[in-house]
Design a protein around this ligand. Sequence first.
Ligand SMILES: C[S@@+](CC[C@H](N)C(=O)[O-])C[C@H]1O[C@@H](n2cnc3c(N)ncnc32)[C@H](O)[C@@H]1O
Length: 262
Amino acid sequence: VTPPTSADWNPEAYCRFRGLRLRPALDLLAQVGKLVEGPVIDLGCGAGAVGAALAQRWPGRVLEGVDTSEAMLAEARAGGHYRVLHRADIAHWVPDVAPALIFSNAALQWLGDHDHLLRRLAAMLAPGGVLAVQMPRQYGMPSHRFLRDIAASMFPDRFDFAAWEAPVRPAAGYVDLLTPLGAVEGWETEYVQRLPAPPDGGHPVRRFTESTAMRPYLDHLDGPEAAAFVAAYDQALQAAYPVLADGAELMPFRRVFFVLQV
Ligand SMILES: C[S@@+](CC[C@H](N)C(=O)[O-])C[C@H]1O[C@@H](n2cnc3c(N)ncnc32)[C@H](O)[C@@H]1O
């Protein structure tokens, strides 16, 4: 499975769960202390959901966003919180000025080789600067495991997970990796997300994953294949997440956090 292409992000679908997706960003932000001089970077800023909170926390600071998706960047631009928005791949982006803070909410799970990536990002920081990261770690949960299992069983010619490894490791792995670089704290939180019954149908968990984790799968399927895949996924989810009386679902969702000060 290849990573999603930036053009495929749909800000409207992604922002449907704005509150649930913003909460971990605010929990991460709450753990960032006083900053040294320098810009604040929202790495993988997407539609700019966190822009207002970052701008409010550090008024007058240069706030810059980095993302590959033009659709998401257009939304971020409309929000008006960023001084500069860079259309760039995080794997290659280099800051003009050493940042006081690189803040990344729910983006770095799309990139591989975290050892290299995180050391590279830490080395960009101003002395005393902070790298603050949140990533989903949902790979073993039904919502994400079923995507792999169903894709591999329905379309073995296109999906092979034999050598697959989860891109995000437990929080302890990041503390271990980053401890030589500075003061680091890591933790994990399992949010119990209440997902209401979607007015336009479909399993509530699928409606949550379809704008993120499910996208790379659909990229490899034509219309009828995608419909069959979605139907099988909805059916499997039904057994794993029984629907509550009002049609809502409780979806446990695990996220990894770490804050490094160099
Ligand atoms: C789940 S969204 C999170 C957006 C935002 N940080 C938030 O909290 O709402 C992930 C974002 O990461 C971006 N992204 C994924 N891979 C990227 C890469 N290699 N370089 C830059 N941006 C990337 C996507 O375009 C998308 O906007």
